[in-house]
Design a protein around this ligand. Structure first.
Ligand SMILES: Cc1ncc(C[n+]2csc(CCOP(=O)(O)OP(=O)(O)O)c2C)c(N)n1
Ligand SMILES: [Mg+2]
Length: 364
């Protein structure tokens, strides 16, 4: 036959708990214990409150800028729950829920957005937030490669947006990870928008997931607002990475319910009725339904949780705002383990001269 099929494949889409609270027992039974579902719901709720307060801090001039996480909590939280402490979480900037679950102090995230470098000093296996779109995917590949080279079984799981899949860094990272058999999980959070650019303009293919096919990678699409489905696909991908040292590309379908950041006004480019449709698919609403259906949650507990969240987040804000201001020395102290003489000279000059003056006193 002169014309034959060279390659044919289907991409699976995984969903376990849908927006109406309907739960697929065959996939979801025993995936997360009842106790843990409650803990995860409580955590998501705290993150939602944190998000609201962080937004208000920016609006009242107490923080530089802030990207709301609202609506996207399940993607990174599902991953953080499924990963192990020895694994790396390599994020961009909308993964508070996963980072806090990992043990990153929420105070660090506030400090980061307040422009304080101490917010990037993270004591667990998570990297500082990546603002340049795409860079973190390459960092994850490096971390996965290092783990393989050292014979360790930690893996790297990286997060990025739909827009990031059009960056060269994405393709370089995918190519490296696939061809060198690296233990990396790529999680694309397709939230429909890259600021004001809709996903359809950024990708002409029907799914983003299939971008991974070109690299010979296992690809899957998942309901990113479904915590159960996220846990399942991340566990599968982590196991593939750990036992076969093969990467996976996950396209998590979610939606950014807020503006891109506090510097954006999404009303200028998207319709409110679409936002309302997605608001009904909120990951928290369906998780609460799941708990209520099993008599594990009620309005009384919800009220008590709100009060707990308020007390907790108030303390986080007080700690972030109460921290002693950094000194100008810090930018030299933490740059190199041994400060080179030329920087040491700059450090000493900075202490004794006005900020605008050059180190030779010329003012240039
Ligand atoms: C290299 C680079 N180019 C441009 C920007 C400006 N920028 C910030 S966020 C963004 C859109 C990112 O969209 P997406 O990857 O879908 O992430 P989302 O914010 O939707 O999660 C752009 C273009 C940047 N931060 N870095
Ligand atoms: Mg996006």
């Amino acid at each position: 036959m002169p014309v034959d099929c060279a390659f044919e494949i289907a991409i699976e889409r995984v969903s376990i708990l849908d927006e109406h609270g309907v739960f697929d027992e065959s996939l979801g039974q025993g995936l997360i214990s009842d106790d843990d579902v409650e803990k995860l719901y409580r955590h998501m709720s705290m993150c939602r409150h944190f998000d609201e307060i962080a937004f208000k801090l920016q609006r009242s001039g107490r923080m530089g800028t802030y990207p709301e996480n609202r609506g996207q909590e399940a993607t990174s939280l599902g991953a953080a729950y499924a990963l192990e402490d020895k694994d790396w979480m390599v994020t961009c900037y909308r993964e508070n829920a996963g980072l806090f679950w990992r043990g990153v102090d929420p105070e660090k995230i506030l400090l980061h957005w307040m422009g304080d470098e101490r917010g990037n000093n993270i004591p667990v296996r998570a990297t500082p937030l990546a603002i340049p779109i795409g860079t973190q995917m390459l960092h994850a590949v490096g971390l996965g490669w290092a783990s393989k080279y050292r014979g360790e079984d930690g893996i790297a799981c990286t997060f990025f947006g739909d827009g990031a899949t059009s960056e060269g860094d994405f393709h370089e990272a995918m190519n490296f990870a696939a061809n060198l058999d690296l233990p990396v999980v790529f999680v694309c959070q397709n939230n429909s928008w890259a600021i004001s650019t809709p996903t359809a303009i950024n990708c002409s293919a029907p799914t983003l997931a299939q971008r991974g096919l070109a690299y010979g990678m296992h690809c899957v699409q998942v309901d990113g607002n479904d915590l159960f489905a996220m846990v399942k696909v991340i566990r599968d991908a982590a196991s593939r990475a750990r036992t076969e040292s093969r990467p996976t590309f996950i396209e998590a379908i979610t939606y950014r319910l807020g503006d891109h950041t506090t510097a954006d006004d999404a009303r200028r480019y998207r319709e409110q009725d679409v936002v309302d449709e997605w608001a009904a698919k909120d990951p928290m609403i369906r998780l609460r339904k799941w708990l209520e259906q099993r008599d594990l949650w009620d309005e009384g507990r919800e009220q008590a949780l709100r009060t707990e969240n308020e007390i907790y987040v108030k303390d986080v804000v007080e700690r972030a705002e109460g921290i002693e201001p950094p000194t100008t020395d810090d930018m030299f102290t933490w740059m190199y383990s041994e400060t080179p003489p030329v920087l040491d000279l700059q450090r000493r000059t900075l202490r004794t001269s006005s900020l605008g003056q050059g180190i030779d006193g010329s003012g240039s």
